[in-house]
Design a protein around this ligand. Sequence first.
Ligand code: GLN
Length: 189
Amino acid sequence: MTIGVLALQGDFSLHLNVLSKLKVSSVLVKKTTDFDLINGLIIPGGESTVISLLIDKFNLYKKIKDFAIDHCVYGTCAGAILVSSECDDKKINTLNLIKVKSLRNFYGRQINSFSKKININFLKNKINASFIRAPKLTSLSKKNKILAHYENNPVLLQYKNILVSSFHPELSSSTIIHEYFIKMVKNNV
Ligand code: GLN
């Protein structure tokens, strides 16, 4: 099993570090043929407007949509904005993989970045979640599973094979969110 990390812009290398810690094979994804090598895809945090432009520039929009029909995709922060169905910023060409509305930079500017211990539905212990110019995510479907909240807003959601978080699990000392995604990929939910 190999997990691809979209490597157009953003903090993709930190995801590779986590995957290597978990002894899971991973590759950087930059072009359409890279999709032949992977079983699941992580779209990392970064600058969603830039990643959106580069997805279009490298003809990856349809490729990601087609891949997501029968594979798992996890979007974190900017990645969550990209996979959402609606964004307040019309510059983003959303992939519409999960019925979620994203509101960019809801949790403040870079200097307002913070980490908070949050409860995750499937865990006993809280994990440390880092919010960096994170989006507000609003669930637009009752079929979405809300796996974590922070101050009444969902911050980790799943719909079938699609996972999104407004926070950055690759910055946490816990690898549990990546492990959860890897399980999704293994079970091909
Ligand atoms: N605010 C960024 C955006 O809108 C996301 C920040 C991040 O990924 N940490 O694209």
